[in-house]
Design a protein around this ligand. Structure first.
Ligand code: FES
Length: 82
């Protein structure tokens, strides 16, 4: 989320600053990367359940720690998040 906001990526709000409380940083992780980003916490899962377009590969980007192993990570915006 921070990288997207800092680079002005449209559609990533980050309104709560990464506190897992707003959902404006939702992304859908490409299937090939799902196992590398780890699993969502219970708090993140609860936030994602409130999303208007839930998907198996939905994540809050603020909860994905950027580590060298994620170099090349591909995520997309949910359809309802222009
Ligand atoms: S920035 Fe608010 S939930 Fe991710």
């Amino acid at each position: 989320m921070e990288a997207a906001v800092n680079d002005g990526v449209p559609g990533i709000g980050g309104d709560c600053g990464g506190a897992c409380a707003c959902g404006t940083c939702r992304v859908q992780v490409e299937n090939d990367w799902l196992h590398k980003v780890g699993v969502a916490s219970e708090v993140e899962e609860a936030m994602l359940e409130c999303a208007s377009d839930p998907a198996e590969n939905s994540r809050l980007s603020c909860q994905i720690e950027v580590v060298p192993e994620l170099d090349g990570l591909v995520v997309r915006l949910p359809p309802s998040q222009p």
